[in-house]
Design a binder for this molecule. Structure first.
Ligand SMILES: NC(=O)c1ccc[n+]([C@@H]2O[C@H](COP(=O)([O-])OP(=O)(O)OC[C@H]3O[C@@H](n4cnc5c(N)ncnc54)[C@H](O)[C@@H]3O)[C@@H](O)[C@H]2O)c1
Ligand SMILES: [Zn+2]
Length: 361
């Protein structure tokens, strides 16, 4: 295992003299202080998700030392709120952190998103590092500079684009992650393969994804990270290429909202990917065989591929309220093939309807 001198994957943001290293591997958290200029900060606040804290508090203290300010935040999407942001700002303020200080966010996508938001707005922005501890956050949420929280019943409505100094994805954290959360994270890895890497897609098809660990998992996470970094590097502000990453999310987000968060993010995205692959097939682009391969891979990863939605109308409404739509037109990420996508595609309502019918039990 390459833990002695980890090699990061980089992405950068044009116009900003910062290249963001993303480290992936097992037991990397132990080396945290050597992976960036830790000793140059006047003070450090570590923000930890409460469930991560239950299992990893001793390890975090051992690695970061007792001089670090420590803030545990409540877990779960419902706490990705202004109330939690205020708690973080209060702690930063009471502990007198300033622009020479550092925030380290340890947790899933929720903790990384909200911790990064609080750091990026406190004193007009102080440096932060993300230590994602779910597969979903390691593969996706912690990378790319989007921060935020939910407001007024809408997901991630308030947020910033802000880059961490480094992202440290240690797969050791995944050993305490519930299996359902692990599977949910695989949805984003599968998404990366579908939109950009036919070879990775074929490789994933040969593995039992739900049991993946060790070097095999590290390798796949690293490949998936490379895809996300390459896309973000090309288009950090989602003007063109980055829209590809929304594959499965047009329908996925709508399902998440219509099902009142009963599904995990990756689970909703898995069903969304089926619907969006289906419309790609129905419009005569994606072949039926490739469509079946996508369906097979998602179900082998133990992800749901259908929902009992009595409320198709609600899913439609939620799709229309998506913040990415322009003048009420739904813009689709469309598959021409595995590894080949088009963005901003507008589709006839009949095809969308048929695609949605397919995912309803
Ligand atoms: N910024 C982005 O680009 C981006 C992209 C995708 C998703 N997101 C956001 O990410 C969030 C979803 O992230 P998530 O799926 O990681 O959910 P999450 O952060 O809510 O974590 C899922 C659950 O796992 C627990 N947990 C986390 N790490 C653990 C560990 N190592 N051991 C045991 N339990 C652990 C958490 O307490 C929580 O209960 C959403 O808020 C979504 O909006 C952001
Ligand atoms: Zn997602």
């Amino acid at each position: 295992m390459k833990t002695s001198s980890p090699e990061p994957i980089f992405y950068s943001v044009p116009g900003v003299t910062l290249t963001i290293p993303v480290y992936t591997g097992h037991n990397l958290f132990n080396k945290l202080k050597s992976l960036f200029s830790f000793d140059t900060f006047s003070s450090v606040l570590v923000l930890v998700d409460e469930n991560v804290n239950k299992y990893w508090d001793k390890k975090i203290l051992e690695v970061l030392g007792k001089d670090t300010f420590y803030l545990v935040i409540k877990a779960a999407e419902k706490n990705k709120s202004l109330t939690t942001v205020e708690k973080i700002w209060t702690s930063l303020s009471q502990n007198r952190l300033d622009r020479r200080s550092l925030v380290i966010n340890i947790g899933g996508g929720m903790a990384c998103d909200i911790g990064a938001f609080a750091a990026s707005t406190f004193m007009r922005g102080i440096p932060f590092v993300n230590v994602p501890t779910t597969l979903l956050a390691q593969a996706d949420a912690a990378i790319g500079g989007k921060t935020g929280f939910n407001f007024n019943g809408l997901k991630n409505t308030i947020g910033t684009f802000a880059s961490p100094l480094a992202i440290i994805s240690d797969t050791a954290f995944l050993t305490t992650l519930p299996q359902r959360e692990f599977n949910s994270g695989f949805a984003e890895i599968i998404k990366h393969a579908i939109i950009a890497d036919a070879q990775l897609f074929a490789d994933l098809g040969k593995k039992k994804l739900t049991n993946l660990k060790g070097k095999e998992l590290d390798k796949i996470l690293s490949q998936s990270t490379q895809i996300k970094c390459d896309i973000v590097k090309k288009d950090p502000y989602e003007k063109s290429d980055r829209k590809k990453l929304n594959f499965g999310h047009t329908v996925g987000h709508a399902i998440e909202m219509a099902c009142k968060n009963k599904l995990l993010h990756g689970e909703a995205v898995a069903i969304g990917m089926i619907a969006e692959a289906r419309v790609s097939f129905l419009s005569g682009h994606l072949s039926e065989n490739k469509f079946r391969d996508i369906e097979k891979l998602l179900s082998n990863a133990n992800l749901p591929i259908q929902i009992t939605a009595t409320n198709k109308k609600l899913i439609f409404e939620k799709m229309l309220s998506d913040k990415k739509n322009v003048s009420q037109q739904i813009k689709w990420v469309f598959l021409e093939d595995i590894g080949k996508v088009m963005v901003d595609v507008v589709l006839p309502t009949e095809i969308i309807n048929e695609g949605l019918n397919y995912i309803l039990k």
